[in-house]
Design a protein around this ligand. Structure first.
Ligand code: ATP
Length: 246
């Protein structure tokens, strides 16, 4: 389990004729077995935040630490699309991202495939799997490296509602069993309420405006009154922010 510490993290993109502030002095801390969702309107800096956490982008200023005890934390990623290598079998896609590829590693990969109900697909190629199965394989691949922190970027946004629902359940199970720290970007407020221990609300201009702790017991049913109420509360908070801004 990892600790993420951000202090006044700022990201500016300078183009020929303008400057965009994508993250505006963002500070927060996440640690231990937390599932933290980042939500907010399009353009509020969600992807930029993930890109900086994963090292694809560098911040303009501020401090960032991602640690596990005394060392740098190991990261795993799940993207919007599964990004499996089409010329490798499902098992080889999982083995490809491992440091060591011995019998024990293969058994571990098989265990993670089984956890997402793909235990029978190891010898198949990605093209033989449905979109939902490919995404499951992508999730199994990320967990199979046993990272300290998982960064997830809208992993269910391309899936139909029914498949998305069953994958959310599986992800919750995996998170419960493996005790990982997860940072999850989504534009779907219900999904965030269903899965998270905490929700970070971002607003236009890259501001982290509120942190909401989700006290509802797990497992949460997306169609329950409790989840609907929590969702309505978050939507009201966003609306209030809009009213203040205009
Ligand atoms: N490489 C870049 N060059 C210039 N501006 C950028 C670049 N990347 C992002 N931006 C700008 O930074 C802001 C934040 O973008 P970002 O993609 O992080 O938002 P987002 O919340 O992930 O949006 P969405 O939900 O639509 O994916 C936007 O105004 C965007 O136009």
């Amino acid at each position: 389990m990892a600790t993420i510490r951000l202090e006044k993290l700022r990201k500016e993109f300078i183009t020929d004729d303008s400057k965009v502030v994508a993250l505006n002095d963002v500070s927060f801390e996440v640690s231990g077995q937390e599932f933290v969702s980042v939500i907010g309107p399009s353009g509020c800096g969600k992807s930029t935040l993930l890109n900086i956490l994963s090292g694809i982008e560098t911040a303009t200023s501020g401090k960032l630490e991602i640690t596990e005890g005394e060392r740098q934390a190991r990261l795993g990623y799940v993207f919007q699309a599964a990004r499996l290598l089409p010329w490798r079998t499902v098992m080889d896609n999982l083995l490809f991202v491992q440091d060591v590829r011995d019998k024990e590693t293969r058994e571990r990969c098989q265990r993670y495939l089984e956890m997402v109900e793909l235990g029978h697909t190891g010898k198949q190629y990605p093209s033989q799997l449905s979109g939902g199965m490919q995404q499951r394989a992508g999730i199994a691949r990320a967990f199979s490296t046993e990272p300290d922190l998982l960064l997830m970027d809208e992993p269910f946004s391309h899936l139909d509602a029914i498949t998305g629902r069953s994958l959310r359940r599986e992800l919750h199970e995996l998170w419960t069993r493996t005790k990982k720290t997860v940072l999850f970007v989504t534009h779907d407020v219900t999904e965030a309420v269903e899965l998270s221990t905490r929700i970070l609300m971002f607003a236009k201009g890259g501001h982290l405006v509120e942190e909401v702790t989700m006290d509802l017991p797990f497992p949460r049913d997306a169609t329950s009154d409790e989840v609907a109420l929590a969702r309505a509360d978050i939507m009201r908070r966003f609306e209030a922010l809009d009213l203040v801004a205009t």
